[in-house]
Write a protein that binds this ligand. Structure first.
Ligand code: NAD
Length: 432
């Protein structure tokens, strides 16, 4: 079956492979509004917050999971199409349990090392993350292309689409749930080594807010929260959640660039809040905000108030401004104990889940898809050149007198994304 034609490129919306991932970058209603530009194939998924039927009604053809592995041979013979997804592809040799369309069974498929085709997704390999070389190598070996969703940026550097608001919203919720669970456990069993926190996902935001409100009501005193990067998307979501959960304004401390301009480490972060939610966007090395030395000093003086640290930013690269934690946590095991409680010193638990918006998948998918779809509409018009010089030139080309100048901003987003991929390939080659 070849769905792609010379006039309409093909987009395959693949299933997600991370557990508890119910989000999608493209909702059925936005897909429907793009059918004049593209043909769509959607991999079946029981996990996705929108049903197969909704996508089918919107104009997509539903196929089995794992079909992205055969995208070129089976569907996109002219090579103009793209595979659209959200999170990382399965690891090489990982056996995916793939759902079969219209059947309640799954079949195992092993993932190859080389990634083929052109992918739009979050690959988390452009900021020298621990396994960036092997991820890039997979794309190189398969002669594939990666247009990373994190690096689709407008001319001013702002991201086109991000899950920020939902991440901060959910991050503050987890922080508060973790704090309540911690307090309850300290009362019942002060010797316990870990907090047992069960997290779920919520069909809508109000259910989550109501749950947290009920939990907070069991405390004798409401916690103080501090949001770092409060003026950004994630930070805004975190502040919004704290307000919706009923915390008074004086208990919601907001810091952004102004408050941190003197440079870290910052003693106040350990002394003022019970819950710290880090939402800053780091794009280079900065002095640490809390390091082990500061933490140990404060604990030896029994001064620390902070007992739950939620690292929404999850910057686990060499630029991590919170070197006290360098591990991601997960929905089944959300809190990692950094410091055990001692006489006069509270425990310190850290949550660093890197897909927090998955807790509120409908709202976060709708927001993301709303931000992305207009730019996605222009992807098919982006030049397919792979020459870095040419791509960089196109990415900057602006002409005040061009009547299509505004429209072309979407094209420039794609040219920049393509140029960045070429640059990263070169960096990989140079590092070998
Ligand atoms: N954990 C998750 O599930 C998840 C989901 C989405 C985004 N994120 C991450 O969250 C981070 C923030 O994303 P965003 O979309 O909100 O970014 P953003 O650009 O909208 O906001 C970042 C904010 O941080 C502030 N900031 C930057 N450096 C600072 C500093 N040194 N001191 C104080 N404030 C500083 C900026 O002024 C800005 O207000 C990113 O690293 C992103 O990858 C995580």
């Amino acid at each position: 079956m070849t769905l792609s034609t010379s006039t309409k490129p093909l987009i395959l919306l693949r299933a997600e492979y991370k557990p508890n991932e119910h989000r999608t970058p493209l909702t059925p209603s936005h897909l429907s509004s793009l059918t004049h530009k593209y043909n769509f194939i959607v991999e079946t998924s029981q996990e996705r917050i929108f049903s197969d039927k909704e996508y089918e009604n919107a104009g997509a053809k539903i196929v089995n999971q794992g079909e992205w592995l055969h995208f070129c041979e089976r569907y996109d013979k002219d090579g103009t199409g793209y595979v659209l997804g959200l999170k990382e592809l399965p690891e090489p040799k990982e056996v995916m349990q793939c759902e079969i369309k219209d059947e309640s069974k799954k079949i195992p498929i092993e993932t190859p090392f080389a990634v083929r085709h052109r992918h739009i997704m979050f690959a988390h390999c452009y900021k020298y993350q621990n396994d960036w070389k092997s991820t890039m190598q997979r794309f190189k070996e398969g002669n594939a292309e990666l247009l990373d969703l994190e690096f689709l940026q407008w001319d001013n550097g702002r991201r086109v689409a991000a899950f920020g608001r939902a991440a901060g919203f959910a991050g503050m919720a987890v922080g508060m749930l973790g704090y309540v669970a911690q307090q309850q456990q300290l009362e019942k069993n002060p010797q316990a080594q870990n907090v047992n926190l069960q997290l779920d996902w919520y069909r809508n935001n109000a259910d989550l807010v109501n749950l947290v409100k009920k939990q907070l009501a069991t405390l004798k005193e409401q916690p103080v929260v501090l949001v770092l990067g409060a003026l950004g998307r994630c930070g805004g979501g975190a502040v919004q959640f704290a307000r919706e959960a009923g915390l008074p304004e004086e208990k919601v401390i907001q810091w952004d660039l102004e408050e941190t301009k003197v440079g870290g480490p910052f003693l106040e972060l350990l002394l003022k809040p019970h819950i710290l939610v880090n939402c800053i966007y780091v794009n280079g090395k900065i002095p640490p905000f809390i390091d082990q030395e500061l933490l140990s000093q404060v604990d030896s003086r029994k001064e620390r108030r902070l007992s739950v640290f939620v690292d929404v930013s999850c910057e686990m690269s060499q630029n991590n401004p919170f070197p006290i934690n360098n591990k991601i946590t997960t929905f089944p095991d959300p809190l990692r104990r950094l410091v055990q409680p001692l006489e006069g010193v509270p425990p310190l638990d850290c949550c660093a889940i890197d897909h927090l918006p998955a807790m509120i998948p409908r709202q976060s998918s709708e927001d993301f898809s709303q931000d992305l779809y207009e730019t996605l509409a222009r992807l098919g018009d982006a030049d397919t050149t792979r020459e870095l010089d040419q791509l960089e030139k196109l990415a900057k080309e602006t002409d005040e007198n061009d009547p299509e100048m505004d429209e072309k901003k979407h094209l420039r987003v794609w040219y920049r994304a393509k140029a960045l991929f070429q640059k990263k390939l070169r960096e990989l080659e140079e590092s070998q």
